[in-house]
Design a protein around this ligand. Structure first.
Ligand code: HEC
Ligand code: HEC
Length: 202
């Protein structure tokens, strides 16, 4: 009996440690992410539209992307190098820090017709082209569904467009073919419109 209790307690402790590990430490992450902040912003709200905003992004998604960069499943001249020296604990801490920051809302400068086309695609997809509604996985307000479906609301249109083009031409393929098959069916005008709509979404 005693043995069983000990075993049970042992499992409980191991379980709690695993949970604590998975959560990451935001305070440690703030310190570890100083080099990242140069591009992604002190609070994860980058200014340069080529660098994605990380503020408020799901920690699970951030850890997955950093792991993919490190393992070569997603490639980028800058990020492949940046992720190479990070341990799993570093990734979890950094992800926890950026995830806990408040995403800044952004305006969009696109014309009303472009925004209307982007909104229609985002909310309803396009049956003729076989494009699924973005909303069904990324959420009606673009908050994403953690940990698998990333937040998109307020993301720089420039970055969103780059990623959709990378999925379309098969350059980014760490998505289990979900985004590749959607982006493949999108025209350049549709990609531009939905990217503009996403930037203004909040
Ligand atoms: C010199 C600028 C620069 C620095 C420094 C930098 N990044 Fe990045 N980061 C980028 C760019 C550019 C991309 C987009 C890559 C692409 O197009 O695939 C990116 C993408 C990412 C992504 C993917 C985000 C998403 O929405 O999919 C994560 C996560 C990330 N960076 C985290 C980090 C972390 C953590 C560090 C520090 C260890 C860091 N970055 C340092 C420029 C930078
Ligand atoms: C069936 C679910 C699903 C639908 C529908 C969907 N997405 Fe995604 N999307 C995903 C997943 C999963 C990822 C994360 C891929 C990964 O693991 O890197 C993603 C990633 C993305 C990214 C990259 C985000 C980043 O930070 O790098 C963009 C941009 C994106 N989706 C835009 C769209 C747009 C625009 C639409 C509608 C035209 C759409 N998605 C529809 C599942 C979906």
């Amino acid at each position: 009996m005693h043995k069983r209790v000990a075993l049970f307690l042992g499992l409980f402790v191991v379980g709690s440690l695993t949970l604590a590990h998975a959560a990451g430490n935001a305070a440690a992450g703030k310190v570890k992410s100083v080099a990242c902040q140069a591009c992604h912003g002190t609070d994860g709200n980058s200014v340069n539209p080529a660098y994605p905003k990380l503020a408020g992004q799901s920690a699970g998604y951030l850890v997955k992307e950093l792991t993919d960069f490190k393992d070569g499943k997603r490639t980028n001249p800058i990020m492949s190098g940046m992720a190479a020296s990070l341990s799993t604990q570093d990734m979890e801490d950094i992800a926890s820090y950026f995830s806990s920051q408040t995403p800044a809302a952004a305006a969009t400068k696109a014309d009303p017709d472009t925004i209307k086309l982007g909104a229609r695609l985002y909310r309803g997809g396009n049956r003729k082209f076989g494009i699924s509604a973005c909303m069904s996985c990324h959420g009606p307000a673009g908050d994403g569904i953690p940990p698998r479906f990333p937040r998109l609301a307020g993301q720089h249109a420039t970055y969103v467009e780059t990623q959709l083009l990378a999925f379309k031409n098969g350059q980014r393929k760490n998505d289990d073919h979900i985004m590749q098959s959607i982006a493949f069916r999108m025209s350049l005008a549709q990609i531009d419109a939905v990217a503009q709509y996403i930037q203004g979404l909040h």
